[in-house]
Design a protein around this ligand. Structure first.
Ligand SMILES: Cc1cc2nc3c(=O)[nH]c(=O)nc-3n(C[C@H](O)[C@H](O)[C@H](O)COP(=O)(O)O)c2cc1C
Length: 251
């Protein structure tokens, strides 16, 4: 099959083929962790909980109407409260479901096939009050932010990694979502991949709508250099790899 045929096939549902496949969950193998392990020695920043966050524009109809992609941003910082809101809206955990004394699933502000939630959120922070520039990881279950490291020439690197989309270098923060594919494969094996990509769309849509709430703009990005983005966020590119990005900044 040529590449287009292979890719079209990928877009189709292959749940029927699961009749002949036993997933690791069916085999009784332990499930992967709901959240990526992190170095507890790194600096961890408390985020503001949704109950304490005040949003300027919380009219859903207006926010849906106004939603669009922004590629120009003011040189203006986001507050930690605003960033907390965007993280909560895009990947926030509402509850952890325990089954047989194991943390079996998270329920979040976005849907996910089988509640597998196979993504981690990385942030390239450029201009957020009280936070130094660099790479961060959102600890969704804890609703905290983990500082990972400073990135040399961060703005130049992200513009190059997004194939010269220079506006990414002007954003206050760039959201980068990675996929830990086994979280979905453990349950759905060969049928996991299409649903996982569908899941990613919901995350970014919630980010767009949440941005409208704080007079900020987002722009979904799928045109990027896989190796370069994976290198920036420090993932292996096999078990975990970037799938989607969005810069965010004030307009
Ligand atoms: C999956 C996906 C990938 C996209 N990738 C890019 C991108 O790499 N660069 C870009 O400038 N816009 C990108 N966009 C934004 C679209 O160009 C934009 O949504 C479209 O032009 C419609 O404009 P609107 O979002 O303002 O309604 C992407 C959008 C989606 C949904």
């Amino acid at each position: 099959m040529d590449t287009i045929a292979v890719n079209r096939n990928f877009m189709k549902s292959n749940f029927k083929e699961m009749d002949n496949v036993e997933s690791d969950q069916m085999k009784g193998l332990p499930q992967p962790a709901l959240e990526k392990e992190f170095d507890k020695n790194n600096k961890i920043i408390d985020l503001i909980t949704i109950e304490k966050i005040k949003i300027e524009n919380n009219n859903l109809i207006q926010n849906i109407k106004n939603r669009k992609s922004y590629r120009q941003f003011k040189d203006k910082s986001l507050t930690l409260e605003e960033l907390s809101f965007l993280l909560w809206a895009s990947q926030g955990v509402k509850s952890v479901y325990e089954r047989n004394n194991v943390s079996y699933a998270t329920f979040r502000t976005v849907p996910s096939a089988g509640a597998r939630h196979p993504f981690e959120t990385y942030l390239l922070i450029n201009n957020v009050d009280k936070l130094k520039r660099g790479l961060y990881h959102y600890l969704a279950i804890e609703h905290k932010l983990l500082f990972i490291k400073e990135i040399e020439n961060q703005n130049k690197e992200i513009a190059a990694a997004t194939l010269g989309q220079e506006f990414t270098a002007k954003a206050a923060v760039v959201f980068i979502w990675s996929c830990l594919a086994y979280r979905g494969e453990w349950r759905y094996n060969i049928a996991a991949h299409k649903p996982m990509l569908l899941d990613a769309g919901h995350i970014c849509q919630n980010l767009y709508l949440a941005c409208e709430g704080i007079k900020a703009g987002a722009c979904a990005i799928a045109a990027y250099n896989q190796e370069k983005v994976d290198k920036i966020i420090g993932v292996d590119g096999e078990n975990e790899f970037s799938v989607y990005l969005s810069p965010v900044g004030k307009y």
